[in-house]
Design a protein around this ligand. Structure first.
Ligand code: HEC
Length: 125
C-alpha cells in the first residue's frame, strides 16, 4: 500500500517535469521569444543603426533622413505601434522596398533585432 503511494508520487513528479518541459520549450525558441527583447540593449543598437534616419525620439526626423523620399517613418505613431512584434521584426529584417530602409538581416543577429523591437515599444510610450 505504502509502496504504491510512493510510485504514484514518482509518476506524478515525472509527469509534472514532462509537462513543464513541453510548455517551457516554446519560450526558449527564438521565434516565440520575439517579444522578450532587451530594450536597454535595443537603445544602444538604435543609436548606432537607426537614429541617423529615424531621429533621437523615433519621430522620423534624423539628420540623415531629411532628403529621403519617402521620409523615414515616425516610429511613435499608431501606424507603427499597432503593428505586432513579428511584423516590426520582419520590416527590420527585410527592409522596405523602394525606400532607404534597408534590411538588417545578416548585419544584426535575430536577438538584437528583438532588442530593437523592445526599444521601439519604449519610443511609442
Ligand atoms: C537610411 C535611413 C534609415 C535607416 C538607417 C533606418 N531606417 Fe527605418 N525607415 C526608413 C524609411 C525611409 C522608412 C519608411 C519606408 C516607407 O515609408 O516605406 C523606414 C521605415 C521603418 C519602419 C516601418 C514603420 C512602419 O510602421 O511602417 C520601421 C519599423 C523601421 N524603419 C525601423 C528601423 C530600425 C529599427 C532601424 C535601425 C535598425 C532603421 N529603421 C534604420 C529609413 C531608415
Amino acid at each position: 500500500m505504502e509502496r504504491r503511494g510512493e510510485e504514484g508520487m514518482m509518476m506524478r513528479m515525472v509527469l509534472f517535469g514532462f509537462v513543464t518541459m513541453l510548455l517551457g520549450w516554446p519560450l526558449l525558441h527564438p521565434a516565440w521569444s520575439a517579444a522578450a527583447g532587451n530594450p536597454t540593449n535595443g537603445k544602444i543598437l538604435y543609436e548606432t543603426h537607426c537614429l541617423a534616419c529615424h531621429g533621437p525620439q523615433g519621430r522620423g526626423d534624423g539628420p540623415g533622413g531629411k532628403a529621403l523620399n519617402p521620409r523615414p517613418a515616425d516610429l511613435t505613431t499608431a501606424g507603427t505601434q499597432n503593428k505586432r512584434d513579428v511584423q516590426l521584426l520582419k520590416i527590420i529584417e527585410n527592409g522596405r522596398p523602394a525606400s532607404a530602409m534597408t534590411g538588417f538581416k545578416g548585419r544584426l543577429p535575430e536577438h538584437e533585432m528583438s532588442d530593437l523591437v523592445a526599444y521601439l515599444r519604449q519610443l511609442g510610450k
